[in-house]
Ligand binder design. Structure first.
Ligand code: ARG
Ligand code: ZN
Length: 438
């Protein structure tokens, strides 16, 4: 009977692993073209109630929208689309395979680069690191900078539902009077985002060590490489397409409630819930039970508000789409100083483009993408009173004609280097333009 137990248990383990690894099996990735307002509403309705996961940032009439459909709901959703006169083009009939393809390219890349890398620090950046590896990386970077001159400090700005610390590194001369805030990884599945923050940290500290510190004698640059570590770890281990944090929504009131996670970029309390966010805890854009409800949200806000610091700029990195966007997200109207915001975004994106020819589109979030309230960008400008606020949507683009567009959130690890490099140059170009203009 002991044997029987062992056999049963190993079966359970096997089934459990099997189910987990094939979660996205049979999920379809499709493209539709909304032509009327009714069509847009239908898409939002599916997002809210049918587990449809919209991947495209842009949601407007006559622009393609990419989305994934859960296996079980797919036939019904496709039928409803057709009934409303919307053509559905199937891009991938198995999301699991797409994920696998990206992982395979990454694996090949790792084998190739293992032989080539000499630089210890950046050799860690040949892959998408796990949370614990990121913490080790930061400690190593901190040790690497000249210790006596206090060029860096490493600290936590708060902790998450699952009790992970939200680590932050400051890089700059302590005498530098101006401050820049950069975060990455608000959304769990956008793996290229934290990797780009880590890349920039590595390069900035490299510059410190080479004595090239002109930018860093003006600015202290604070970088939060992973604002949503709980979601990120979950995406790394269980569900590659996870976006939100890991809040147990209403669990204590109702242990049967099974939908987990708040979309942190809908949770910030500035015109909260006015547009493009959901009150349904199961939605990918669930805004939370009330504004600023989440520990990640509040940690960032607390840190920004610490009164002694004046922030010149806040940049928050997402993927994907290749957009360099500024507020507002909650509504279509523009901030008073939008021309200045647009000019500086142009400078940054042009510097970025010079590296690999990568093209970014510039505009306000609501105009370029869609209206959605509760973003960290809107809060940073509206409440935090930071002038230059940007959300940067990294590679790939969402253009059908772009050869890498199909990777979407699953950009292979091969891209860590080129995306890191061009983004770093873009950010530096942007920061330099802040020095000359004041
Ligand atoms: N992809 C981002 C999101 O959906 C875009 C955020 C743009 N900013 C905004 N406030 N809506 O969260
Ligand atoms: Zn995002």
């Amino acid at each position: 009977s002991v044997w029987r137990l062992i056999i049963i248990n190993s079966w359970i383990l096997f089934l459990y692993c099997y189910a987990n690894n094939h979660f996205y099996k049979g999920y379809e990735v499709v493209r539709v073209l909304p032509k009327t307002n009714e069509h847009l509403q239908l898409i939002r309705h599916f997002e809210d109630n049918y587990g449809v996961d919209r991947w495209s940032e842009v949601l407007t009439i006559n622009r393609d929208v990419k989305m994934s459909l859960p296996r079980k709901q797919a036939p019904k959703i496709k039928k409803l689309f057709k009934q409303h006169g919307i053509d559905v083009k199937i891009l991938h009939n198995d999301l699991e395979k797409l994920i696998q393809k990206s992982d395979d390219i990454s694996k090949q890349h790792k084998i190739r680069t293992k032989r080539l890398t000499v630089n210890i620090a950046s050799s860690h950046l040949t892959g998408y690191l796990r949370y614990q590896e990121i913490v080790e990386f930061l400690k190593e970077q901190h040790r690497r900078s000249p210790p006596l001159r206090n060029f860096t400090s490493l600290f936590s700005i708060g902790s998450t539902h699952e009790n992970r610390s939200i680590w932050t590194i400051r890089i700059g001369k302590p005498s530098a009077r101006r401050n820049i805030l950069i975060d990455c990884g608000i959304h769990a599945r956008e793996f290229i985002s934290p990797s780009t923050c880590l890349y920039m940290i590595d390069k900035l500290i490299g510059e410190v060590n080479n004595g090239r510190v002109s930018l860093l004698s003006v600015f202290n640059i604070y970088i939060i490489p992973l604002l949503n570590p709980d979601g990120y770890e979950y995406a790394q281990t269980e569900r590659r397409m996870w976006r939100k944090n890991r809040a147990l929504n209403g669990y204590y009131h109702n242990p049967d409630s099974k939908c987990i996670g708040v979309d942190l970029n809908r949770n910030f309390g500035y015109h909260w819930m006015e547009n493009g966010a959901s009150t349904n805890p199961c939605s990918e854009t669930y805004a939370g039970p009330h504004q600023d409800s989440e520990p990640e949200t509040r940690s960032l806000q607390r840190f920004i508000k610490q009164s002694s610091r004046h922030w010149d700029a806040y940049l928050t990195f997402h993927s994907y789409g290749q957009y360099w966007i500024y507020p507002w997200g909650f509504a279509l109207h523009m901030p008073d100083d939008y021309i200045e915001l647009n000019n500086k975004a142009t400078i940054g994106s042009e510097a970025l483009k010079r590296v690999n020819g990568t093209l970014y589109k510039i505009g306000s979030a609501a105009n370029l993408l869609y209206e959605s309230a509760g973003g960290s960008d809107d809060w940073a400008k509206g409440v935090g009173q930071i002038k230059y606020v940007y959300t940067v949507e990294l590679r790939p683009s969402d253009d059908m004609n772009d050869e890498h567009a199909h990777f979407a959130f699953m950009l292979p690890e091969t891209f860590i280097e080129p995306v890191g490099q061009e983004t770093y140059v873009g950010v530096k170009g942007f920061l330099r333009s802040l020095i000359t203009s004041r």
